[in-house]
Design a protein around this ligand. Structure first.
Ligand code: BG6
Length: 499
């Protein structure tokens, strides 16, 4: 990040929600601490419950302090700098509003009179996305001019399937220009995800290898140790596929697979990113079944702690067929990736927290290593570790010391933390800052969201038609055996989680 953002007001709908206190306000605090917000910055929290400015500031302040002392939170370690917090707190205010009542929006418009740039952040439940935007438009709040832009940030889930995503796009685009819409995916705010472009396009040693000519297959994993926790109401309707695949995992896939853009300009990057998503083969429901595995966790132990079965979690149907784990095999039908399978998996209640992309290279000719015990011990791998222990490692063969030639797999490792001082970050800092300065690079276009849904719809349809339960796996295990079989029948295996 470079300069201070221009004069702007951030209006957060859903100010009383979890996202606001857990991620958005901590990210604003980090931006304030890094002097990235302008002196005339303001943030107005809007929600339906009663409250006032002082109470709003006090609640957010104490929550921020509790996050700072909780090493497991996204916000992480560290002390709160009282100067940076006071600076921000003075600029926070609260407005009570009914999202269905035009009077609330007229009152908001009054409060925003004279504001320069305004960013409206929809941190609300998805059924309010379109209604809030329509109310904003009716109150004249989406009309913009060159020095007074009006932008709207839409959180996930952007739709529930292709049809609902198309319908949401249509409703938003009826009152907004496409360039006013920021469809956010917090994975794109992660340093390690943006680093994929630098790793691929900034290194002569990698660039020539990055295609079907040298790459055998790609694995993308997002394994979480947490269960569904208190989110059963949402998750039981969504499931692992909707929750993670067309958004977060596809962002990783697009970063790995996209063609080099002509520049780092927003439109150049988004065009290539979008083309990669469009290249994902759209299966028939039958192909979708054959190329997927799904699971649901039962009771078990994760990290030594007992975890109740998914079906026994709050607000989850005790007979639920919702998957908490999914593995897919996908193809990209384009020149670069023809014939290279992309294996994706994500799940909750797994043995370790591990988000990574593992690129498996083709084997060298084996003619020199004729006997099994003298042969290479595994494929060459490049592992892009998104979280935790952010970094990149390269796994390759080396000779074991001794008179015989016997290879062993070794690894070269780059860890972010060894080279760079990583400022605490929630992942939302860059994205919020980009909304304030009007940089679209890391946000989805309408057609990107639709391309992603198009690719996952056959899985949803096939599972709905089959109406069978996902295969059980015990909490603390890495998904059902069917996920292993998906690769085993291709003569490959998943890289162990947490390795
Ligand atoms: C969210 C999903 O979008 O991403 C959650 O709804 C998931 O279910 C989370 O846990 C993962 O994000 P991160 O940044 O914690 O890896």
């Amino acid at each position: 990040m470079a300069d201070e953002a221009p004069a702007s007001t951030l209006v957060i709908f859903g100010a009383g929600g979890d996202l606001t206190k857990r991620l958005l306000v901590p990210a604003l605090y980090n931006l304030s601490h890094a002097h990235r917000l302008p002196d005339d910055f303001r943030a107005i929290g809007v929600d339906h419950s009663s409250g006032d400015d002082a109470g709003f500031r006090k609640d957010l302040g104490s929550f921020l302090h509790s996050l700072a002392s909780d090493p497991t939170s996204e916000f992480g370690k560290g002390k709160i700098d009282p100067k940076a917090w006071d600076w921000l707190a003075q600029r926070l205010s609260y407005q009570v509003a009914d999202f269905n009542d035009q009077g609330s929006f007229r009152a908001l418009a009054k409060r925003l009179e004279g504001a320069k740039g305004i960013v409206f952040y929809l941190a609300v439940s998805p059924q309010f996305f379109a209604p809030v935007v329509e109310q904003l438009a009716k109150a004249g709040l989406t009309r913009q001019s060159e020095d007074a832009p009006r932008r709207v940030v839409v959180e996930k889930p952007f739709g529930y399937d292709l049809k609902s995503a198309q319908a949401l796009n249509a409703r938003l685009l009826a009152v907004l220009q496409e360039d006013q819409i920021y469809r956010i995916d917090h994975f794109l705010g992660k340093e390690t995800v943006r680093n994929i472009m630098v790793a691929r396009f900034g290194n002569g040693v990698l660039e020539p290898l990055w295609s079907r000519l040298h790459i055998d297959s790609v694995q993308i994993t997002a394994a979480e140790t947490i269960g569904v926790e208190e989110r059963g109401g949402y998750y039981d309707k969504a499931g692992a596929l909707r929750d993670m695949v067309p958004n977060h995992l596809f962002q990783l896939l697009a970063m790995v697979a996209m063609e080099p853009p002509n520049s780092f300009d927003a439109e150049a990057v988004r065009a290539e990113h979008g083309r990669a998503l469009e290249a994902i083969r759209v299966y028939s429901p039958r192909e979708a079944l054959a190329n997927s595995a799904r699971g649901q966790y039962g009771a078990g132990k994760v990290g030594g702690e007992e975890m109740v079965a998914y079906r026994d979690s709050p607000k989850v149907d005790p007979k639920s067929h919702t998957e908490t784990f999914v593995a897919l095999k996908l193809w990209l039908d384009n020149w670069r990736w023809s014939g290279v399978p992309f294996y994706l998996r994500t799940g909750k209640a797994m043995s370790a927290h591990d988000t990574n992309i593992t690129v498996q290279f083709k084997a060298a000719p084996g003619i020199l290593f004729r006997t099994a015990e003298a042969g290479p011990t595994g494929p060459n791998l490049m592992v892009l570790r998104i979280q935790p222990r952010e970094g990149i490692s390269l796994h390759f063969e080396a000779k074991r010391p001794g008179p015989e030639i016997r290879p062993a797999q070794v690894k070269l490792e780059f860890c972010y933390a060894d080279y760079f001082k990583m400022a605490p970050a929630t992942g939302y800092e860059t994205l919020l800052y980009d909304c304030l300065i009007g940089d679209h690079t890391l946000f989805m276009r309408a057609q990107d969201v639709e391309a992603a849904w198009r690719a996952v719809t056959p899985f949803l349809e096939a599972w709905a038609e089959k109406a069978s339960a996902p295969t059980p796996y015990a909490a603390g295990q890495d998904g059902p055996a069917s996920a292993q079989e998906l690769l085993a029948c291709d003569g490959r295996r998943w890289r162990p989680i947490g390795a």
